[in-house]
Design a protein around this ligand. Sequence first.
Ligand code: ASP
Ligand code: MG
Length: 406
Amino acid sequence: MARIVMKFGGTSVADLELIRMAARRVKAEAESGHEVAVVVSAMAGVTNQLVDYVDRAAKLFDLREYDVVVSSGEQVTSGLMAVILQDMGVPARSWLGWQIPLLTDEAHGNARIENVDTTDIVRRFADGQVAVVAGFQGIDPHGRITTLGRGGTDTSAVALAAALGARRCDIYTDVDGVYTSDPRIVAKARKLDKVTYEEMLEMASLGAKVLQTRSVELAMKHRVRLRVRSSFDESPGTLVVDEDEIVEKAIVSGIAYSRDEAKVTLINVPDRPGTAARIFGPLADAGINVDMIVQNAAVDEKTTGMTFTVRKTDLERAVEVLKRQQPDLGYGELSADSNVVKVSVIGVGMRSHAGVAQSMFKTLAEKGINIQVISTSEIKVSVLVAEEYTELAVRSLHTAYGLDAD
Ligand code: ASP
Ligand code: MG
């Protein structure tokens, strides 16, 4: 007997028939003697609809009321899941975030979980009851409802699994696992049996939509064993685990890309102490995240060039902020380019193997793809290239690192 958490995403509970299908899986786990907590998303499309209502209700709105509205989709599916389980003879009850309670901070619309009190849920496990938890929602210190950011049900599930000391947290979704690359553009992408937390974290933050980034951070912190698997077949999915659990480590385990990048270049920036702080300070104050940064060496020892990337949606604002700062910064020219994509090679094996970056550069050079910006971390090499090369770059790297399925 074990304690397990089962999370069902929006496409897995999109209508009554699908909720019934998910409930059958829950029933099977409960009947094999496990203590089961189920965490559900809203039906696919419902949260978008709710967000749209709020957007259209008023130009500026109170985020506390936004949370009241957009959290409601999960209330519906948690109640329906409980009703269906009961109808199948499985004792079950629903739990809204505030009823648990799942405490968060007060960052409405994107709140962070602070504590999950599992006392009542655990007490009811002892009576054989399945807990059906509405994902994506919590309660703040003022007693107001909060939501955890889009895709937040993953994070609800992981936080609950951590608090319950669950043996595993199964994430049921509409794909059968985590792939070496995006199967929509790489036909030869392979499903990974296992992937490390760190690699998954990079993949998630680079735009692989399987898991909310924050849920992976949380799983890594609390060593929650995650399994990403399909609601629609019986394949075992992908385990997201600690590095020690992976015997045969590949040097590179995935190629990711993000089109949500834009490049800003400042030319002839006075090269003196404090320049970077004066450029990036105002951007940070405006809530704009900067990702890759390159500063060129000053040729004449007086001026330098600075190139960096921001999210596409932040580009216009970033340019505005920098133009306003121009008199203070004293740069010569500003250019902005949103026709770029960031392509990344990810793998924990890079820590112990040299030459990974070099094969990336060589592969891209052979395809005639110009690299505009490079950045590296311990387990990742990223390059910025023109957007029209996305497919070519990702596919050739996938082949070059031996990731193609046979
Ligand atoms: N229903 C929420 C969303 O669509 C949360 C989730 O599904 O994870 O973002
Ligand atoms: Mg999701």
